[in-house]
Design a protein around this ligand. Structure first.
Ligand code: DAH
Length: 347
């Protein structure tokens, strides 16, 4: 038996020596180490070996198997190296050429993020901080502290998703006004972009989740003129062209006076379409002077400090800028939509 093992081992090693392709190596493995391979058969035949020799024979077969397996692995490495070496030395192979493009596609920047980046850059130049506040808020920050008490009809227009603990998904970025007033000593100026949520029936311009950016400036003796001046700078920085705007009075419990700044619909150039509900104008930028009750709720004295604020629909802005006629594309998950946008925005 021991002789037989030696013979098989010698045969295996000699055959292995000559192998120079992975395919032949696989055949070799089957021949010796496979289920019915010569070495496996030896192992299976152990039962027939007389008990007194079993230990010695067993060790020999096992040792042979382990050695052959190690040599196979060694050979495999060698063959692979050989293949690479051969490739590198091919005359038509230029190792200095740039590599093939990766099979996966590079991601693109979401259109809302492109707009958000532009807004942030424009405001940072004007000395605004960019802050990030919570998407889940408490009732006080989202409503009460903003001069919207429990029975106020403004709550009906901003129904939202309530959490089991009595908190809610914020309906606007305005709660940041109260938080910023508590977080920073006056005077200061800041914007806070982010996601907001509404219990909303979806149509071309309404979604349950969308993006806003809130702006707040707190200083002494601020006026509507300050506000309008900055809004104009902002819109022209974003649209990179002259933008037609109109100002209407608007009511929001947390500002007094309050305004609606509309821009001429860029989807139809004022002619009327689905986006502007055939009016030619898109409500883009509600704003106003911060209500004294809100300044007080922010922990400041309204006789000493004044403020202006605005809430800009980032999603709506992206729709205008890129002429996107349906808001549901933004969260629709259709990659064909997202891939139209590049780092610099849609050209
Ligand atoms: N938070 C309001 C909304 O989402 C928008 C708003 C209006 C924000 C007037 C403001 C403001 O800061 O001054 O409907």
């Amino acid at each position: 038996m021991l002789d037989k093992i030696k013979k098989i081992k010698k045969k295996a090693l000699t055959e292995l020596e000559k192998i120079n392709s992975l395919e032949i190596l696989r055949d070799f493995e089957v021949k010796f180490l496979g289920k019915k391979g010569e070495i496996t058969v030896l192992l299976k035949g152990m039962g027939k070996v007389p008990p007194e020799n079993r230990k010695e024979v067993g060790q020999a077969v096992n040792g042979c198997k382990i050695e052959i397996r190690a040599k196979v692995e060694e050979k495999e490495e060698k063959i692979k190296e050989m293949i690479i070496e051969k490739d590198i030395n091919r005359k038509d192979f230029d190792i200095t050429l740039p590599s093939q493009p990766l099979p996966h596609k590079k991601g693109t920047i979401h259109p809302v993020v492109i707009i958000q980046n532009k807004v942030e850059a424009a405001f940072e130049q004007l000395g605004f901080k960019v802050l990030d506040y919570f998407e889940a808020e408490d009732d006080w920050h989202n409503f009460e502290g903003l001069n919207i008490p429990k029975d106020h009809p403004a709550r009906d227009m901003q129904d939202t998703f309530w959490l089991k603990d009595g908190n809610l998904l914020r309906t606007h970025t305005s709660p940041g006004q109260l938080r910023a007033m508590h977080d920073y000593p006056p005077p200061f100026r800041a914007i806070f972009p982010g996601k907001v949520f509404r219990y909303e029936k979806t149509d071309a311009s309404h979604e349950h989740t969308f993006h806003q950016v809130e702006g707040l400036m707190i200083d002494k003796n601020l006026s509507v003129a300050n506000l309008i001046g900055i809004m104009k700078i902002l819109l022209e920085a974003i649209f990179e062209r002259k933008v037609d705007v109109r100002l209407r009075p608007g009511f929001f419990p947390f500002v007094e006076p309050g305004f609606e700044l509309d821009i001429k619909c860029m989807n139809c150039n004022g002619k009327g379409c689905q986006v502007c509900k055939y009016s030619g104008w898109v409500e883009l930028l509600p704003c106003g002077l911060v209500h004294p009750n809100v300044i007080r709720a922010g922990g400041l004295d309204p006789d000493e400090w004044s403020g202006w604020a605005f809430g800009l629909g980032l999603t709506r802005l992206a729709m205008m800028k890129y002429k996107i006629s349906h808001i549901t594309h933004f969260l629709g998950g259709d990659l064909r939509f997202y891939r139209q946008f590049t780092e610099g925005g849609l050209k």
